[in-house]
Unconditional design. Structure first.
Length: 288
């Protein structure tokens, strides 16, 4: 990643509901009790970085329901990806999913995405903050990485590169119903006819969901009484507490847990859960 240029920065005017610095995370540290973290919708962050000429793993911003405003203290190129989102540059309307040039002193305001939850903002040169365990990502569970952004924070940027890719790309369309493949185990024997329960059940995404996990509400899975000794957890694990309502672990999940895991969702499908608003319907498709 490029080195920081102290003359290149932006100032946060307004954060919106939540603004986090994220890159592609710090996988491989579960033995230290550290989750992978990183952008929940990594495809959208990678795309935003490509649009402004950054390496795909450069640090950008993950914005929950938009609402962020910033001022450019230097000329820079930005791109906003994820669901379709209305932007304003110095009061003029602009589209997401394309490179946008900001002159020094320009302001950028990001609206609420039309669907989904999270937008991704890349700035040319990438956001330069110290790495922890090889990543600049904010981890809300362990507190590793930079703090969530606050109004008036100044973000320093690295040296920019020329963009090399498509000028405009179609936005993500968040789905209203998710059909999620799930591979059974390792504790599916704790459930009476685990495959049938998963296949026939139906759920919606709860408003208690966050970067730790997508909490579902709906069909209560029938499981054995009692608990298991705490054991390792991976991203995508579907843990079932005593109330039978599944929790799908996302990027900031704990690395151990004491509730049985009925199955594991493939990483390729987790980005859809990262964009799922409360009320989104969820069905499981067991893979035996």
């Amino acid at each position: 990643m490029s080195r920081s240029d102290t003359n290149r920065s932006v100032t946060i005017i307004r954060t919106g509901p939540q603004a986090l610095i994220q890159d592609l995370g710090r996988p491989g540290n579960a033995h230290l009790g550290v989750p992978p973290s990183g952008a929940l919708d990594q495809d959208s962050l990678k795309l935003a970085n490509r649009l402004v000429g950054n390496p795909e793993d450069a640090a950008g911003l993950e914005l929950l329901l938009g609402g962020l405003a910033l001022k450019a203290n230097t000329s820079c190129t930005i791109a906003v990806t994820g669901p379709s989102t209305e932007l304003e540059v110095d009061g003029r309307l602009a589209d997401s999913h394309q490179p946008i040039y900001l002159e020094s002193g320009h302001t950028l305001e990001i609206g609420t995405p039309q669907t989904g939850l999270r937008s991704y903002l890349a700035l040319s040169g990438g956001i330069q903050v110290p790495e922890e365990l090889g990543s600049r990502s904010t981890d809300l569970l362990s507190g590793i990485g930079p703090d969530p952004l606050r109004d008036n924070d100044v973000l320093h940027l690295g040296t920019p590169n020329l963009p090399n890719g498509a000028d405009v790309v179609p936005p993500v369309q968040a789905l209203q119903t998710l059909v999620i493949p799930i591979r059974l185990g390792p504790r599916d024997d704790w459930f009476d006819q685990a495959e049938t329960q998963l296949r026939q059940g139906s759920w919606t995404v709860s408003d208690r969901s966050n970067r730790v996990g997508a909490r579902l509400q709906g069909t209560a899975l029938n499981r054995r009484d009692g608990e298991i000794p705490s054991e390792g957890m991976i991203t995508g694990a579907v843990q079932v507490p005593p109330d039978g309502q599944p929790v799908i672990f996302l990027n900031d999940h704990p690395t151990t847990g004491g509730y049985p895991v009925i199955g594991v969702v493939d990483n390729d499908y987790l980005r859809f859960l990262g964009q799922a608003r409360p009320g989104t319907k969820v069905r499981f498709r067991p893979i035996v």
